[in-house]
Design a binder for this molecule. Structure first.
Ligand SMILES: C[S@@+](CC[C@H](N)C(=O)[O-])C[C@H]1O[C@@H](n2cnc3c(N)ncnc32)[C@H](O)[C@@H]1O
Length: 151
């Protein structure tokens, strides 16, 4: 079975097609407006790699997630993209300062807060990325509450 157009998101997160399109379009806008030519996009807590669906093929990308199952799905759905199993609070130490252009933190911060790692994740992401942008939508309504920079 081939999933497309938000089907996976609908199954995993109970979001409507219309809400999903708004979320994806905002993500695309964030990337286009902030990622400079040649820079790498770091997709923080990439899940199944949904962000890849809105990227132009020439955009350099690394998706990182702590969850092996999500990463396997991400690799399967996006065979031309690179993914890494990592806890962003502790596993990015080998990357130099500003190695990535934009760190996109999309709907991940609530997971950080549960694990009390928000501060270290924020500190490490601010170090390895030129700019960190958070895009959040609430779990209940999937309302986009906006994006803002961390750095
Ligand atoms: C709600 S999902 C969002 C997925 C994706 N950003 C999106 O918008 O489609 C949150 C993801 O963050 C990941 N995550 C949570 N804590 C993490 C951490 N410390 N390091 C890396 N990934 C993490 C989870 O495994 C999950 O896949």
């Amino acid at each position: 079975m081939k999933f497309g157009g938000g089907d996976v998101h609908k199954i995993l997160y109970d979001v409507t097609k219309q809400e999903w399109d708004v979320i994806q379009n905002l993500t695309k806008k964030i990337v286009v407006e902030n990622l400079r030519e040649g820079e790498i996009l770091l997709d923080v807590g990439c899940g199944y790699g949904a962000v890849c669906e809105v990227l132009e093929p020439e955009v350099k990308y690394l998706g990182v997630d702590i969850d092996q199952d999500m990463l396997e799905l991400a690799c399967k759905r996006n065979p031309n993209r690179e993914f890494l199993k990592a806890n962003v609070a502790v596993d990015l130490k080998d990357y130099p300062n500003n190695y990535f252009g934009v760190g996109l933190v999309r709907s991940v911060v609530s997971a950080f807060e549960c694990g009390s790692i928000l501060e270290s994740a924020q500190e490490e992401l601010s170090r390895v990325c030129r700019v960190v942008i958070r895009q959040e939508y609430t779990r209940r309504k999937y309302e986009i509450v906006g994006s803002r920079t961390w750095k």
